[in-house]
Design a protein around this ligand. Structure first.
Ligand code: ZN
Length: 98
């Protein structure tokens, strides 16, 4: 299975529904939010794992945007997981990461 294929298909379906029904039809916005939330979640996990953006996200700006948002958070999460002061229970506020 190509990485991101299901999300790309969900996104395409949501985009089609939005173009026909607009955001007023029941559930149409939810489908778009779900696709974008999945892209963000993929970005988070890819950021931790050090993987590149799935090729199938690159030419859909909203998917790329949310993937990158998740990637930034994932990288930050990984850095803080590796930071001794962030992980030290006796340090209330890490001097580097707040
Ligand atoms: Zn830290």
């Amino acid at each position: 299975m190509l990485r991101g294929l299901n999300t790309r298909l969900d996104f395409a379906k949501a985009k089609l529904l939005l173009s026909i029904y607009g955001g007023d039809e029941d559930g149409v916005n939810d489908e778009m939010y779900a696709a974008l939330a999945t892209a963000e979640s993929d970005g988070f996990h890819d950021g931790i794992a050090g993987r590149d953006m799935p090729a199938l996200y690159r030419d859909e700006q909203p998917l790329a945007f949310f993937w990158e948002k998740g990637q930034t958070a994932g990288i930050e999460h990984q850095i803080m997981s590796d930071c001794p002061q962030c992980q030290d229970r006796d340090v209330l506020i890490c001097p580097v990461h707040g």
